[in-house]
Design a protein around this ligand. Structure first.
Ligand code: MG
Length: 380
């Protein structure tokens, strides 16, 4: 069980839930970071009394400094501030709840400082999986996944040897448009795409869930986190989201992790691991569970998942290029500047156009990320 945490990205959906779980679990919130939502950040800072708060956006940081001038809280800004928060002395776990590649440097810094990483930032492993996993092994930093699927797989593998694992069964709900044809999704609005049937999440990840890009990013993450090849991961659509993922062992035995779809559960486990503590969350009621059903993923009408699987096989910076292009395209879609089906076109176009190379340094990775973003901004 950890004593004190830093929350990178505390004003987002996972960040807010992490703060609530920490408070209930008696874990101290020692540092917070946010981009620019300083009203909510001030509320959180006054409630949790962290030692240090970093605001990424410089102008917002100046405002925030004035807002909390009556408190002893130290305030930092920019990437330097995020890194200071991630490496703060006395903190034993860093929850990486920021969205986007901005999470890369602070996560690597936290690993170098030997902190446990409660990993909720997808880009960390999608863009720099090889580097991050190697660095964590070298520094002895634990990586405990917060994403429900990876937490499930992590739990299914607890106490097992590497040679027992046959394959990973990565489950996904299929999103709000499951069963529909791609042509019929042309006019989908942001409001429709953000309304997820089972999980309450931020806007960007909700859109990714609807296109199945989220499952694709999780596919790449699982590959790194559990050291398996793309052929050892099978995506299984399970619309009820009761099973959060499974593993098949070499003898054919399948171990599944089930629970109510609430991100609070994997967040709590990431803070208490290797222990478990009672939780405030609802428990499964088997008399109320209806059928649990399973389908093959539809890679024709949801080509983002197919693209991600291709990029996982290509390796290098291909997943990073795809993810960065997708991020820009999704934000354009959310602003009403890009049609829904064009999100895939932008991500696929970037993978075809932007050079992808070996992901052997942070500079190479960030350059690919930047090139992919520039491509989408220019062409879409
Ligand atoms: Mg997930």
């Amino acid at each position: 069980m950890v004593n004190a945490i830093t929350i990178l990205g505390c004003t987002g959906s996972i960040g807010r839930q992490t703060a609530a779980v920490a408070e209930r679990s008696g874990v101290r919130v020692a540092a917070l970071t946010a981009n620019r939502k300083i009203d909510l950040l001030e509320e959180q800072a006054r409630r949790f009394r962290p030692d240090f708060v970093a605001v990424y956006n410089e102008a917002a940081a100046r405002k925030f400094r004035l807002a909390v001038a009556d408190t002893p809280i130290r305030v930092g800004s920019g990437m330097e501030g995020l890194i200071e928060a991630a490496t703060l002395e006395g903190v034993d776990c860093v929850v990486t709840a920021v969205s986007g590649s901005v999470g890369l440097r602070p996560t690597l810094a936290a690993i170098d400082a030997g902190k446990r990483i409660a990993l909720a930032n997808k880009e960390t492993l999608v863009c720099a999986g090889d580097m991050v996993m190697a660095r964590a092994a070298e520094k002895g930093a634990e990586i405990v996944p917060v994403d429900s699927e990876h937490s499930a797989i992590f739990q299914c593998l607890m106490g097992r040897g590497e040679r027992e694992l046959g394959k990973i069964l990565l489950t996904g709900s299929g999103g709000p448009f499951r069963g529909r044809k791609r042509e019929s999704l042309e006019d989908i609005t942001p409001a429709q795409a953000v309304a997820h049937p089972n999980w309450s999440m931020g806007a960007k990840i909700s859109v990714d869930s609807s296109t199945l890009m989220n499952k694709g990013l999780e596919f790449v993450e699982a590959m790194h986190l559990f050291r398996v090849t793309p052929d050892e991961i099978q995506v299984v659509i399970h619309p009820q989201s009761v099973i959060h993922s499974m593993v098949e062992l070499v003898d054919g035995t399948v171990i599944a992790q089930l629970g109510v779809p609430d991100m609070g559960l994997p967040i709590q486990l990431a803070l208490t691991y290797p222990e478990r503590t009672p939780s405030m969350f609802a428990h499964l009621d088997f008399w109320k569970l209806r059928d649990l059903s399973f389908e093959e993923p539809d890679l024709v009408n949801f080509p983002c998942l197919r693209l991600a699987m291709d990029c996982a096989r290509r390796g290098g910076t291909a997943p990073c290029v795809m993810s960065a292009a997708n991020e820009v395209a999704v934000h354009k879609f959310l602003r009403g500047e890009l049609g829904y089906n064009r999100i895939y076109d932008a991500a696929a176009g970037a993978v075809e156009t932007v050079n992808w190379t070996k992901a052997d340094s942070l500079e190479t990775i960030l350059a690919s990320d930047e090139a992919a973003r520039a491509y989408v901004k220019e062409h879409f």
